[in-house]
Design a protein around this ligand. Sequence first.
Ligand code: SF4
Ligand code: SF4
Length: 137
Amino acid sequence: MAICRRVVLRFPKNLVEKPFVYHLVKDYNLQFNILKAQVTPSEEGIMSLELKGQKDNYNKGIEFLTKAGVTIEQLGQNISKNEERCTQCGLCLSVCPTPALALDQKTRQVSFNSNHCIACEMCVKVCPVKAMEVKFD
Ligand code: SF4
Ligand code: SF4
C-alpha cells in the first residue's frame, strides 16, 4: 500500500551534515518533497517534508532515521479552517510560516489556502477559539 506522510525531522548538531534524505530515496525507494528546512541558532537541523512510498518501505525508512538519532514528529495530514468559529482576530497570521494564512486586503478577513499549508500546526496552537482544525487519515 502506498502512503504519503508529512513529517518533521530534527537533527542534532552532529547529524546535520549527514545525507539522510539520499538514503531514504536510494535504500527505501521513497519520494520526498522538502517543505521547509532550517538550522536553529543551536545548530539543530529541522526539516519538514512530505514522504511518499510503499508503507513497509516508509516504516523501514522511519526506523532507519530513528536508530540514527533523528527525532521524528508526524504532522496532521489535513488542516482546515472552521469559518463559523473564526473571529478574525489575526493571531494565526503571526505564526504561520507559509502564505497559507493571509489577510484579504479587501474583506479584511483571514483567508486559508490549503495548497500552501505544511501542516505545522502552529495556528492550531495559538487560535483562541479552536477554529484551525487537524484531521488525521
Ligand atoms: S498548519 Fe497553520 S500555521 Fe502551519 S502552515 Fe498550515 S496554516 Fe500555516
Ligand atoms: S487565530 Fe483563529 S480566530 Fe483568530 S484569525 Fe486565526 S483562525 Fe481565526
